[in-house]
Design a protein around this ligand. Structure first.
Ligand code: ACO
Length: 373
C-alpha cells in the first residue's frame, strides 16, 4: 500500500492563526508579524506574552498592568500547593506539571467560562504559575522550599533565582529571558495542535493546557532538549564524530536535529548558538559547546540536517545552572504564552477539529459467536 502523503498531517493546514508564521525555506519566524530576529534581545518575555495573548506589544502602562496581573496571578491554590510534595515524590517533572496544572484548574476562579475576558485572565495566571510550579516541584524533591518570587522582578529573573537559589547574574537573566521569547510560539507544533483540538470541543483552557503539556513531553517534540544534554554527557569529548556516525549508522536519530517545517537553519537556533558560546566562554569550560559545534558539523555533513531549537537550548540551560530534567519544563514555561493564546484564538472562532482517516483494515468480515472463533 502506498504511503499516505499526509501521514503525520505533513503540509496539512489544520487551523488559521494570526499568532505566528514560519517561512521554512527562508528560515524565518514571525510572532504577529514581527520577525523573531527583531524581538529576540529587544523585548522581554512579558512583552511577548502580552503580544500573543492581547494582540499587540504593550505600552509602558499596559506592561505595568500586565506585570501586576502576573504578579497577583502567581499564587497557587491550596490543591496545587498542598499536593506538590507528594507529586514530586511520585512523578517526573513533566508528569508533575500535567497533574499540578490540572489541580490549579480545579480552583481557578474562571474555570467555568470560555469567554474571551475569562480566557485572558486564565492565560495570565497560567503564564505566571508555570515557572512557580517548576520551582516548587524542584524544591520539594530537593527537600527544601524555593525562595519566594519577587513581584518587582521578571519571570526570567525569578525563575533563575528560585531554581539555582542564587542571585542571578544580570546577563544570565537577559539570556534566559531571550530563551523564553524564542520558545513562546511556533505555529501548529504538536503540543499547540493538541491544545487546539481539546479547546475546539469547547472544553476549558486548563484541560487544553494539560493536553499540551502531555504532548510536549515526548522526545520528538519538547523532550528533545533534555535528550541533547544526555547525548553530550554520554559521549567522550574527543570522540564526537565517531559517536555521531555510529549512531547514524545504527539508524538512530540524533536529538536536536531536523524539523518538519524548516528546510534550512531554524532562526531560533542562530540565537541559541551565540548565547551558548557566550555562556560557555564565561564559564571557563566550553567543552559542551565545542562538542555541540562538532556534532552540528558531522550531522550536517552526513544527513544534511540542521539543528532545531532544542539543540543549543540544551547547553544554554546547562550553563545557566538549570538541572537537565527541567529543560523540557522550561520549554513549557515559555510555550504557555503561545498555548494559551491559541486557546483564546480557537474559542473566539470555533469549529470542532475532526479530521478524517484512511481505513486500511479488513473488510467484509463475517461475525461468529464467541465459541466458534
Ligand atoms: N537524526 C537522524 N536522522 C533524522 C533526524 C535526526 N534528528 N531527523 C530526521 N531524520 C531523518 C529520518 O530518519 C528520515 O530518514 P529516512 O527518510 O531515510 O527514513 C528523514 O530524516 C525524515 O525524518 P522524519 O522523522 O520522517 O521527519 P519528520 O518531519 O516526521 O520529523 C522530527 C521531524 C520529529 C523533528 C525529526 O527530525 C526528529 O525526530 N528529530 C529528532 C527529535 C527532535 O530534535 N525533536 C525536536 C523538534 S523541534 C521541537 O519540537 C521543539
Amino acid at each position: 500500500m502506498a504511503d499516505n502523503p499526509t501521514k503525520g498531517l505533513a503540509d496539512v493546514v489544520a487551523a488559521s492563526t494570526a499568532l505566528s508564521d514560519i517561512d521554512g525555506r527562508a528560515g524565518r519566524l514571525f510572532y504577529r508579524g514581527y520577525d523573531i530576529h527583531d524581538l529576540a534581545g529587544h523585548v522581554s518575555f512579558e512583552e511577548t506574552a502580552h503580544l500573543l495573548q492581547h494582540g499587540a506589544l504593550p505600552t509602558r502602562r499596559q506592561l505595568a498592568d500586565y506585570g501586576a496581573e502576573l504578579a497577583s496571578g502567581r499564587a497557587l491554590g491550596a490543591l496545587a500547593e498542598g499536593n506538590v510534595a507528594e507529586i514530586a515524590e511520585k512523578q517526573g517533572p513533566m508528569e508533575a506539571l500535567r497533574s499540578l496544572v490540572s489541580l490549579a484548574g480545579a480552583e481557578d476562579a474562571d474555570k467555568d467560562s470560555n469567554e474571551a475576558a475569562a480566557n485572558r485572565r486564565k492565560a495570565a495566571r497560567l503564564t505566571a504559575q508555570q515557572p512557580i510550579l517548576v520551582a516548587r516541584y524542584h524544591a520539594a524533591r530537593s527537600g527544601g522550599r524555593a525562595p519566594e518570587p519577587d513581584p518587582a522582578r521578571s519571570i526570567a529573573a525569578n525563575f533563575l533565582l528560585q531554581i539555582t537559589g542564587r542571585e542571578p547574574d544580570p546577563r544570565a537573566v537577559e539570556i534566559f529571558d531571550t530563551c523564553l521569547v524564542l520558545h513562546a510560539d511556533h505555529t501548529m507544533n504538536a503540543s499547540t495542535f493538541a491544545a487546539r483540538v481539546c479547546a475546539a470541543t469547547l472544553s476549558d483552557m486548563h484541560s487544553a493546557i494539560v493536553a499540551a503539556i502531555g504532548t510536549l513531553k515526548g522526545p520528538l517534540h519538547g523532550g528533545a532538549n533534555e535528550q541533547v544534554m544526555r547525548t553530550l554527557e554520554s559521549i567522550p569529548a574527543d570522540g564526537v564524530a565517531r559517536a555521531v556516525r555510529d549512531r547514524l549508522a545504527a539508524g538512530e536519530k540524533i536529538m536536536g536535529f531536523g524539523h518538519r517545517v524548516y528546510k534550512t537553519e531554524d532562526p531560533r537556533a542562530t540565537h541559541l548558538r551565540k548565547m551558548s558560546r557566550e555562556l560557555a566562554e564565561a564559564s571557563g569550560d566550553d567543552t559542551y559547546y565545542r562538542m555541540s559545534k562538532e556534532m552540528e558539523e558531522v550531522v550536517h555533513a552526513e544527513k544534511g540536517l540542521y539543528p532545531n531549537v532544542d539543540f543549543y537550548a540544551a547547553t544554554v540551560y546547562h550553563y545557566l545552572g538549570i538541572p537537565t530534567d527541567l529543560f523540557t519544563p522550561v520549554f513549557s514555561v515559555s510555550r504557555m504564552a503561545g498555548w494559551t493564546a491559541h486557546v483564546i484564538e480557537q474559542h473566539a472562532d470555533n469549529r470542532l477539529i475532526r479530521p478524517d482517516s484512511e481505513y486500511i483494515g479488513e473488510r467484509d468480515q463475517k461475525w461468529a459467536p464467541i465459541d466458534e472463533r
